[in-house]
Ligand binder design. Structure first.
Ligand SMILES: [Cu+2]
Length: 220
């Protein structure tokens, strides 16, 4: 057997998600500024340093999924990830609904990262995804839940939460994986980056910049 550092996928992705979210939000900022800035390095380290993913809460959320069989909602809706969007995603679900995620794409790693938007935020997600990365990061805050699935895998990786959306409100459903990134390389690099962004990963714009985002209403 050839054991890699990713023998425990939860451990790997627990690290991956904070790194992935940081890096791809920064990449998003770069992706949004087109043309003239194309020669700039894609990753803006300052916005990574100041972005707000709380690794402690990610750890706690991840740990809680070890006991996901006890007390969590049954899966009510499975959302498909495609190149590049979400399918089978309802417009609205009731609070307490648990979503699952199925990556149907042939080669791309996809994730379903879901953020509750602030109550005083009225702009449509179409507008928010065009904002500079640090502004978008601040609006999104920490994700309510993040599920990933590698292409061709049967295993859903619960990086944050278990897919349950407990609180009513307006949510953003997004994927931050860089276009064309190698799934194994990406997850491995993220696991080794100790909470920072994965280094040396080839890839383009985050998938949300290619249209992989959607709004979801969670009703009381
Ligand atoms: Cu994706």
């Amino acid at each position: 057997m050839n054991h890699s550092p990713l023998t425990d996928p939860r451990h790997a992705v627990r690290l991956a998600i904070s790194a992935a979210t940081a890096a791809t939000l920064a990449l998003g900022a770069a992706a949004c500024s087109s043309g003239a800035n194309a020669d700039r390095p894609a990753v803006d380290t300052q916005s990574i340093d100041t972005q707000s993913i709380d690794t402690a809460s990610v750890d706690a959320a991840s740990a809680s999924t070890d006991h996901a069989h006890h007390g969590s909602e049954p899966i009510a809706v499975t959302v498909d990830g495609v190149d590049y969007g979400f399918e089978q995603l309802p417009d609205s679900v009731e609070a307490g609904t648990r979503l699952s995620f199925h990556n149907t794409a042939p080669t791309e790693l996809h994730e379903m990262a879901i953020f509750r938007l602030p109550d005083d935020e009225d702009r449509p997600l179409d507008e928010l995804v065009e904002l500079p990365g640090d502004e978008l990061t601040e609006i999104l805050g920490n994700p309510a839940t993040v599920l990933l699935q590698a292409p061709g895998s049967d295993e859903v990786i619960p990086a944050v939460g278990d897919g349950t959306l407990a609180e009513p409100g307006r949510y953003a459903v997004m994927c931050f994986i860089p276009h064309g990134a190698d799934p194994d390389e990406y997850l491995r690099a993220a696991a080794e980056s100790d909470g920072g962004p994965p280094q040396g990963i080839e890839g383009g714009a985050p998938h949300f910049a290619l249209g992989m985002y959607a709004e979801l209403e969670v009703t009381a």
